[in-house]
Design a protein around this ligand. Structure first.
Ligand code: ADP
Ligand code: ZN
Length: 517
């Protein structure tokens, strides 16, 4: 059987499961009856698409919205998965193609509009084609008291009995009544394995910090947690070894772990980590898949992870025992540059690259958040929550300021130099520093030269980092990382939108009070 992680990566282009997905995929793949309740946007479709690929035979997907079905089928086909739909929206050619794929026994997923179940031949047709799983999207449509009631959904129970195969039902509607009704109507009252996971891990404290001296920052973080088991995630193999050594020199019990090590050496680290108390593993993302140590007390990122999903998965390794655990993620402009160029230089097709940039943006939005971090994180996964009181931003609400003027100054410096320079040189222009390079290029003659003297270089550094975090500017790998303006910046430049920035990084670095309103 193919490896779910490999399919996740190769077919869907995701670097990890979202909260709850792995358990659901595993239950559905093993043929259990499943009821999964996940918030909208949480990633339900993967929970039946992946098992469909892992199982023998055809998975029938019943879904109420033709447009949605067509989208999913198209997405799967583009990823090289044999999928088709039988709906009233089909052209005769599409229907013919589905039948041919069924004849060849190639089809893995057959999307079916519920109306199709009403026809007399439906059940015998499905019996013939070797259905091994029924997946029901928007399962609450079976509820007679709900807004979305679809009478044809009532036939699904019948179909399950007739085919005698496992059924997996998915919905975002979590209320008790609806759940009971789904169990009665789809599973004849026999309780399915039920997944109702919120994404929140309330015992985990969340914090981010601007990276200035990562080695010193990690050392002091570990020093404050001496004797506790922790993981430090690093972006490169070399860094894991250097940091593990630095921690060792400070008297910590620490070791490195990365994919370039001998399998035997990796296994030794895994075993030691599981058995010893207070070991710090300094690792790349290669460490974690098999780690199920319940009492990891802290997870620190010496470098920014590559997506919000990866972040969630990595911090989620802390505090599985439910006892308090802490996390801290360092991030800086170099991280953003690195992650962007990894995406741009990768081999993924353009749409996937755009999606990867989007997932990175979501993480940067979290890093630069100005309100409860947990709220922002859960919001991304489709959950609404009250401010948590247990994150760095709830504990110390950041001071903010209207950064519109500063951002417009920076954008103007970028445009006046035709998007050919990086933050360092742009900051020299804004602060009116007459360096060699400034003089050589005649940039001291620009109208923007020296207009930003109200902030010093460190303050401008924080402003540029936040601009990158808001995806207003992006480094262009074809221009040695020169910053270029994105579409998102235009309304600010035109004076049609304003932007609030965090002052914390700025005032902390301040040598004098900047004149900000
Ligand atoms: P739902 O049906 O629960 O509303 P979808 O299945 O449409 O959600 O997924 C919502 C979004 O999340 C989609 O854009 C999908 O590509 C993305 N997604 C799902 N699983 C993952 C994952 N493991 N990593 C990254 N993105 C994911
Ligand atoms: Zn909070």
């Amino acid at each position: 059987m193919p490896d779910p992680q490999a399919l996740l990566r190769d077919v869907f282009g995701f670097d990890g499961f979202r909260p709850g997905q792995e358990e659901i995929v595993s239950a559905v793949t093993s043929g259990h009856n499943v009821l999964a309740i996940m918030p909208t946007g949480g990633g339900k479709s993967l929970c039946f698409q992946l098992p469909a690929m892992l199982r023998e035979g055809v998975t029938v997907v019943i879904s109420p919205l033709i447009a949605l079905m067509r989208d999913q089928v198209r997405g799967l086909q583009e990823a090289g998965v044999c999928a088709g739909a039988l709906t009233s929206g089909n052209t005769p050619e599409e229907t013919e193609a589905v039948w041919q794929a069924l004849e060849r026994r190639d089809l893995k997923l057959l999307y079916l509009a519920p109306e199709r179940l009403a026809g007399s031949g439906a059940v015998s047709m499905l019996r013939r084609i070797g259905v091994s799983l029924i997946a029901v999207d928007e399962a609450h449509c079976v509820s007679q008291w709900g807004h979305d009631f679809r009478p044809d959904y009532l036939r699904i129970g019948e179909l399950r009995r007739a085919l005698n195969v496992p059924l997996a039902a998915f919905t975002a509607t979590a209320d008790q009544e609806t759940r009971v009704e789904i169990v009665q109507k789809l599973f004849d009252g026999a309780a399915p394995e039920t997944f109702l996971h919120g994404f929140d891990r309330p015992n985990i404290h969340l914090a981010f910090a601007a990276k200035n001296n990562p080695r010193a920052q990690i050392l002091s973080y570990a020093a404050a947690r001496r004797g506790q088991s922790g993981i430090v995630y690093c972006g490169t193999r070399a860094k894991t070894e250097a940091l593990a050594k630095a921690l060792g020199d400070e008297g910590h019990n620490a070791c490195a772990y990365h994919g370039g090590m001998e399998a035997e050496d990796r296994r030794i680290v895994e075993t030691r980590f599981a058995r010893e108390d207070g070991l710090i593993v300094v690792a790349t993302v290669a460490f974690g898949m098999g780690v199920d140590k319940p009492d990891i007390r802290w997870v620190a990122h010496a470098d920014l992870p590559k997506s919000i999903e990866a972040y969630y998965q990595e911090i989620g390794r802390a505090g599985r025992d439910g006892a308090p655990a802490e996390t801290m993620t360092l991030f800086g402009p170099d991280d953003i540059r690195l992650r962007r160029s990894q995406i741009d230089e990768g081999l993924a097709p353009p749409e996937r690259r755009a999606a990867d940039h989007g997932r990175l943006n979501a993480l940067l939005g979290l890093a630069e958040a100005l309100t409860c971090r947990r709220q922002v994180l859960l919001g991304y996964f489709g959950e609404t929550a009250a401010p948590c009181g247990h994150c760095d931003l709830c504990e110390t609400p950041p001071e903010t300021f209207d950064g519109t003027t500063a951002v417009r100054m920076a954008l103007s410096a970028i445009l006046r130099t035709e998007e050919w320079f990086g933050a360092g040189h742009l900051i020299d222009i804004l602060t009116g520093s007459t360096t060699e390079k400034i003089r050589a290029r005649g940039h001291d003659q620009l109208p923007t030269f020296g207009v930003g003297k109200d902030y010093d270089k460190r303050q401008w550094g924080a402003i540029f980092r936040q601009m990158m975090g808001h995806d207003l500017v992006r480094p262009d790998p074809d221009r040695h990382g020169a910053l270029r303006m994105t579409e998102a910046a235009r309304p600010i430049l035109r004076g049609e939108a304003s932007i609030t920035l965090g002052k914390e990084a700025i005032s902390r670095a301040a040598t004098r009070t900047p004149a900000v309103k």
